[in-house]
Design a protein around this ligand. Sequence first.
Ligand SMILES: Cc1ncc(COP(=O)(O)O)c(C=O)c1O
Ligand SMILES: N[C@@H](CCCC[NH3+])C(=O)O
Length: 428
Amino acid sequence: MDDFRIRDGELHCEEVSLAEIAAAVGTPVYVYSTYAMCRNAAGLADALEGVDNPLIAYAVKANSNAAVVATLAAAGLGADVVSGGEYRRSRAAGVAPDKIVFSGVGKTEAEMALALSGGLFQFNVESFEEAETLSTVATQMGLTAPIAFRVNPAVGAGGHAKITTGAAENKFGIPIGDAAEIYAGAAKLPGLNIQGVAVHIGSQLASLEPLEEAFAKIGELIAQLRSNGHLIATADLGGGLGVPYNPDLPPPPKPEDYAAMVRRATSGWDARLLFEPGRLIVASAGVLLSRVIRVKPGAEHPFVIVDAAMNDLMRPALYEAWHKIDAVRPNAETWTANVVGPVCETGDTFATARSMDKVGAGDLVVFRTAGAYAATMSSTYNSRPLTPEVLVHGDRWAVVRPRVDVEAMIAADSIPDWVTGCTAGDSS
Ligand SMILES: Cc1ncc(COP(=O)(O)O)c(C=O)c1O
Ligand SMILES: N[C@@H](CCCC[NH3+])C(=O)O
């Protein structure tokens, strides 16, 4: 089985024609391959063979559609969640509480209470202040919160400054130099069970060196914490492994290389290892399917105006991210074009001077590698309804999130009866 491939001259997702989905659901629409996400999940699990009882907690923020999370839960993955919403979604999709890790720099008391009452594997706590609040919440509930501290190892890494999390100046985690003192302080707080350490240095990592450097520091910290009397039983190594977006660039390391490095770096740790992959599991499993509205001439290259926009896929606008753009019915002709959306922002540009399939008004195109951080980061900017999502499995497919009706969007707003227009007093 293939995830996305040309059959009879037309791009298919598994056995289903993308043109058929576009005709039935309209565009833009996200289309996900079950096969691809299962293959990616199994690929990581297989690569980690030899690691004793790893917990692979899928980072739900990458793609939180209930059908996607349910697919991965059924494949045995847990969930790394960063909000009460993601916690509830994961539980609703069938993730067992003892496979849930709660990360995030700003958990509220309500979110702490939600996860404590529903159950979880551990909270990854990001400051001493958060530990104090969690201690209070757990004590009031008569419960004990299992925790690890997320340690910031002062190793910057990531495909872009906006997705680096492990540099000293980033907001995430406790500074590694303060860890011994913070663990000692937290050990005195009631209602907490300190069971581990956690680290995550960034996303779309193109090389293993920064990860290995961070893990080496974590290994030293585990030894120090144990000699200070802490029982460190878990080590959460985060996510971050990159995926190939641009076939013309060198690919990021493969899961097998990552796993070999992990085995090397964690040898002798004697701790249960946790992983929080997001992008690696779902990025390649999705495309954003869109239709060309029209093509207009440009100063240097034509503008291909598609019906998807930055509100549907914001990665190019936010991080200058590169997504491959292909015609659904390639005709062997190529050209150089700018691909833009209809939103009133210059940043609503998917590609500039891109060599790509030649397309015209009415043609369907796909933005590849759009299964991660795509639908989850969409908005309704310009009063554009949220993009629907479709899941494919073999020759079956289903709309797993419908297109929101514009009428429903408008109806969600209300106009108070005292709205009468601006009066002279309002502007003085
Ligand atoms: C704490 C944490 N864990 C896991 C992830 C998932 O990262 P990725 O999708 O790069 O694997 C992220 C996102 O960067 C994160 O912030
Ligand atoms: N949202 C980002 C990555 C950040 C990951 C979350 N910590 C992306 O689209 O690549």
